[in-house]
Write a protein that binds this ligand. Structure first.
Ligand SMILES: C[S@@+](CC[C@H](N)C(=O)[O-])C[C@H]1O[C@@H](n2cnc3c(N)ncnc32)[C@H](O)[C@@H]1O
Length: 236
């Protein structure tokens, strides 16, 4: 059953807070507000389902999945992220925290996941490590897109048919022009076989560099990026 009174009903979402319940702290670089995975999990899965976040970072998705009685697999390529997850949530029969490369998802069988709910790096907008092999946040844009093809392929492989895959992605500006990382990523997933169920515009809040960019945007006459895209795909 969907908790219809507590979930978003339009394609524009805005959550100024990063969550102050349970062990949410909102202190991991580029973390997402727990309202995002909460909404995805409630709308696209049911109790007991297996939710995967393969770019799990500090474990925001795991905390929400557990609270909503889902089973959950959280993986990341960075041990530091996995250690933070383990401080915030206990592993159990229903919550698994594993080191795994999102490009291959080697620990997962075909057609085994009920919902993918994840938040990859936006190319090198935030660097998550200095030199971890396979860390997508270290890649220039063209190579990032090449590796996202592998990510999309693995998403398609592990997801059960007729189930959903939700990905949050943002754009960046370079030399005054927009690089549409969001739409390019969306197209990669569509080319790999997914059908597009929704595009949600998510307003961005509390970004570290907003003040610096405000000044530059006035001087150079451009708009501040203040949104990200949540793409919801279905495997048909
Ligand atoms: C945007 S953060 C996720 C933040 C998370 N939603 C949260 O609330 O804490 C992206 C994560 O992707 C991880 N990452 C980068 N490349 C990866 C790869 N190839 N496989 C798995 N994780 C990767 C980074 O280590 C980082 O923790």
């Amino acid at each position: 059953m969907i908790f219809i009174n507590t979930i978003e009903k339009t394609t524009v979402w805005s959550f100024p807070d990063r969550g102050n319940w349970l062990t949410h702290k909102g202190d991991y670089p580029g973390n997402w507000s727990p309202h995002v995975p909460k909404n995805i999990i409630l709308r696209y899965s049911t109790e007991g389902d297996i939710v995967l976040d393969q770019f799990v970072g500090s474990g925001t998705t795991l905390i929400e999945a557990k609270r909503l009685n889902r089973r959950c697999i959280g993986s990341d390529i960075n041990e530091n992220a996995l250690n933070i997850c383990r401080q915030r949530i206990d592993e159990s029969n229903n919550i698994f925290i594993k080191k795994q490369d999102a490009r291959y998802l080697n620990l997962l069988k075909n057609n085994s996941i009920d919902l993918i709910c994840t938040h990859p790096p936006y190319a090198d907008v935030i660097e998550y490590s200095k030199n971890i092999q396979g860390d997508l946040s270290l890649l220039e844009l063209d190579e990032f897109y090449n590796q996202m093809e592998l990510v999309a392929k693995s998403c398609y492989r592990v997801l059960k048919p007729n189930k959903y895959c939700a990905i949050l992605m943002g754009d960046r500006r370079k030399k005054g022009l927009i690089e549409p990382i969001g739409f390019n990523t969306m197209n990669i997933f569509i080319q790999l076989g997914f059908k597009l169920k929704e595009i949600v515009i998510k307003e961005q809040h509390n970004c570290k560099n907003t003040d610096k960019w405000k000044e530059i945007s006035l001087k150079r006459n451009f708009l501040l990026i203040a949104h990200e895209y949540l793409f919801v795909f279905i495997k048909k």
